[in-house]
Design a protein around this ligand. Structure first.
Ligand SMILES: Cc1cc2nc3c(=O)[nH]c(=O)nc-3n(C[C@H](O)[C@H](O)[C@H](O)COP(=O)(O)OP(=O)(O)OC[C@H]3O[C@@H](n4cnc5c(N)ncnc54)[C@H](O)[C@@H]3O)c2cc1C
Length: 328
């Protein structure tokens, strides 16, 4: 069958923006290679999600429903995707660079004996497809092309690195229902899913992130950040130092070993600017740093710097942003 596939991961009956970003880029790849764009949905009772994907460019939506796919497990999802790949032989398979995508994509690549590129931020259409990704904590970029015999080309795509094309209302995709083959030995059992709801926008999708580091001095310091985030409708992030101190859950860590963010505005409060933190914020459109040390590294990266004690300046910023938001 060939074709360009997008793994349409979903949560609570909805797709995250990155799925639409991948479909928009997938359409460009499909046009470049002269192939068809398809989305793949795995789960249980998920067919109703399919129509939306047609509006974002998928010509086909492959739906594989099975009770064993109701919750994500590496074994069940990788087995299902492997059997679909073996049956349809796609040329390209894109996953989101999310915890699920990063978990399942390399396993599938290994099972179908192909290559894998993680954290792709750009695809270059010159001769062969080239997958660009940051290396050395974002200090350089590598362009990776697959050998001719290596198919499918499997990659994870960084959220917010690519644009979403306008959806075409009413455009439909053909729905192809597949049945699961042999799942083999599923070694993981999901007994319960405990959600740590922050009630805020997801970090990797946020347009504004208010982030705190060791300078926040404790969980109470983070309350100041949360108050500012509430005014701005922002996500709250943290440095690893703040996470290690136990002031905030590790799902909020930003950086090389945390999440990569790409907001319009990143406000770094009491964060020194270690290279491992900067690796997660390089795609931010504008960075404001609040640090009482004028020599802090973060000021070399920040667009605007405020040399001040965050405990003094954050309440002032919160009040000023409140006024701005009220007058907007
Ligand atoms: C393999 C590896 C992976 C890592 N991955 C990550 C990662 O993903 N994310 C990450 O963040 N780190 C990561 N780190 C850790 C990283 O090296 C730094 O240790 C960490 O980022 C420092 O966090 P920080 O800036 O909050 O703390 P510090 O470096 O201690 O800086 C605190 C800052 O707060 C300022 N400050 C203090 N009080 C105030 C105040 N009242 N008002 C204003 N400013 C104040 C200080 O001047 C200082 O600049 C990693 C390290 C390693 C080795």
């Amino acid at each position: 069958m060939a074709g360009i596939w997008v793994f349409a991961d979903h949560k609570d009956g909805a797709f995250r923006r990155v799925i639409f970003e991948m479909l928009s880029e997938g359409k460009k790849i499909a046009d470049f290679l002269g192939e068809e764009l398809s989305a793949v949905i795995l789960g249980n009772n998920v067919e109703s999600l399919a129509p939306q994907l047609g509006e974002y460019g998928a010509e086909k939506v492959i739906v594989l429903e099975d009770a064993k796919l109701a919750s994500y497990t590496t074994d069940a999802y990788s087995a299902a995707l492997t059997s679909l790949i073996q049956k349809h032989q796609p040329t390209v398979l894109l996953f989101p660079n999310s915890s699920t995508g990063l978990d399942v994509a390399p396993v599938v690549a290994q099972k179908v004996n192909t290559g894998f590129v993680a954290d792709v931020t750009e695809i270059v259409y010159e001769g062969k497809l080239q997958f660009k990704r940051p290396v050395y904590a974002g200090k350089a970029y590598a362009s990776i092309a697959f050998a001719d015999a290596t198919r499918p080309m499997i990659a994870t795509i960084r959220p917010k690195a690519m644009d979403v094309a306008d959806p075409q209302a009413g455009k439909t995709a053909a729905i192809i229902k597949e049945t699961a083959g042999d799942f083999g030995d599923i070694r993981q059992i999901v007994k319960d899913v405990i959600r740590k709801a922050s009630g805020r926008v997801e970090l990797t999708e946020a347009d504004v992130v208010v982030s705190g580091g060791r300078g926040a001095k404790g969980a109470d310091g983070f309350k100041l950040l949360e108050t500012l985030a509430d005014v701005l409708g922002a996500a709250v992030g943290a440095s690893r130092a703040a996470v290690d101190e136990g002031w905030i859950d590790n799902q909020f860590q930003v950086g090389q070993t945390g999440k990569v963010v790409a907001p319009q505005l990143y406000i770094a409060c009491g964060i020194s600017g270690a290279i491992q933190h900067l690796a997660g914020i390089g795609a931010s459109k504008c960075i404001i740093a609040v640090n009482r040390d004028p020599e802090a590294e973060i000021f070399k990266t920040a667009d605007y710097g405020i040399v001040a004690d965050l405990f003094e300046v954050l309440p002032i910023m919160t009040e000023e942003f409140k006024k701005l938001v009220a007058s907007a």
